[in-house]
Design a binder for this molecule. Structure first.
Ligand code: DI6
Ligand code: FE
Length: 404
């Protein structure tokens, strides 16, 4: 592949420790060598020797270039929708009441089990394409609406197929411990046994990149979560956790004890939890879409996370029950308006720190050696990406060095 030089652009490298906010280079040059970044910096500082080796010259047209966006927490493979439950909630039912009366996650499990692989893929494709239309180049997709071997496998296979068919990287997370399926009602420990068996099998089939659980009153206890994590650890798989979303069950500290990549939601995170995450290098994934859609009032403790130096990521949590959202840009805005993150923290949350939440070290910043997953935006300054509500200034995506 030939080397390619991009000029007439600004670049927000998002590199950690940069002197400039966003690692912003106003008049930048960017050299791509195949699927990797070879050089980035001030256009004036581009070595002449490197310039002469670039056979291809690209005009950035005044765009701002950022790393490709990373949505590090989604449940975007599912069938059906939960609009009727949305209506029930508006008539007074709570999310937990609906879940306890057989609706909620269980209703999406029924629809997902009943769907053919083709139907499941077609419905999920629409959501993934919506994310990609706003510059997403890496997405994490969880299972957890199958809750039985065949249907969990099907969800993970659909996720992997989407990653093969579209210019996007897909990371798959096994979330067998998402809810107790109806056939195990009242026997949650037996279901955890089944989760361990499914995990071993699906890992053997090469379908699992990480393991997650829903540690909550309406989900799994800390002791059950610990069993799932111990099994993951024995298989050499990294873990992450839906922790402290609706109550403080100590899930964050438990997950940190397993060196978790991330703890997600965290509205009820305690000081001990934050300290444990900091010590383990665990990323806090904040999900403003679920906070907004469930009309939560308890904010994730941003001051505590900042004080302990816990890296913060942001994701859509794209799912039918608590965050029917496929706009990562809207999440940037909500992270700022609802959680009071700064636009710079928000952008780092969908680039550098989102990569950390997935254990990926080859993306999330623009620097030599990194993957050339890049987005060209029709904005002048990166704060505009958090500022505008419902806008889509996406111009073009470069995925693994290829202009899409
Ligand atoms: N927490 C959530 O917000 C989603 N899953 C979870 O563990 C909700 C999933 C759903 O309601 O379908
Ligand atoms: Fe989730």
């Amino acid at each position: 592949m030939t080397m390619e030089l991009w000029t007439n652009c600004a670049v927000a490298t998002m590199q950690a420790g940069s002197e400039r906010p966003y690692g912003l280079v106003d008049d930048a040059a960017l050299v791509l060598d195949g699927e990797r970044v070879l050089w980035v910096g001030e256009r004036q500082a581009l070595p002449a020797e490197l310039r002469s080796r670039c056979l291809q010259q690209q005009d950035g047209g005044g765009a701002l270039i950022t790393p490709g966006l990373i949505d590090c927490h989604t449940h975007l493979v599912y069938a059906g929708d939960r609009a009727r439950e949305f209506e029930l909630r508006l008539n007074g039912a709570s999310y937990e009441e609906i879940a306890r009366s057989g609706g909620g996650i269980a209703s999406t499990v029924r629809d997902t089990r009943a769907a053919s692989p083709e139907a499941l893929q077609a419905q999920s494709l629409v959501r993934l394409q919506a994310l990609m239309a706003q510059g997403v180049t890496t997405v994490e997709i969880k299972s957890g609406y199958g809750l039985a071997l065949e249907s969990e496998r099907q969800m993970l296979q659909v996720a992997r197929a989407l990653g093969r068919e579209l210019p996007v990287s897909v990371c798959t997370t096994f979330l067998g411990a998402h809810a107790v399926p109806p056939e195990f009602a009242g026997r949650s420990d037996d279901y955890v046994d089944a989760v361990l068996a499914m995990l071993a099998q699906l890992h053997a089939e090469g379908l699992v990149d990480a393991v997650d659980a829903f540690c909550e009153g309406i989900g799994f206890s800390p002791a059950q979560t610990r069993r799932v994590f111990a099994a993951a650890q024995a298989l050499g798989l990294p873990v992450k956790l839906h922790a402290e979303q609706l109550s403080d069950s100590g899930g964050a500290a438990l997950a940190a004890g397993f060196g978790a990549l991330s703890c997600d939601h965290l509205e009820w995170l305690s000081e001990e939890g934050a300290a444990a995450m900091a010590a383990a290098g665990t990323v806090a994934v904040l999900l403003p879409g679920a906070f907004y859609f469930l009309r939560e009032t308890r904010l994730p403790p941003l001051a505590l996370l900042r004080q302990h130096g816990v890296p913060m990521a942001i994701a859509t949590d794209c799912n039918p029950g608590s965050s029917p959202c496929s706009s990562l840009l809207l999440m940037l805005n909500m992270a700022c308006t609802l959680f009071r993150m700064t636009p710079e923290e928000a952008l780092a949350g969908v680039t550098r720190h989102a990569a950390g939440a997935l254990g990926l070290t080859d993306r999330g910043v623009i620097a030599p050696g990194m993957r050339a997953d890049l987005v060209l935006w029709s904005v002048r300054h990166p704060a505009e990406l958090s500022y505008a509500i419902g806008a889509n200034p996406h111009r073009q995506t470069i995925f693994a060095g290829e202009l899409q």
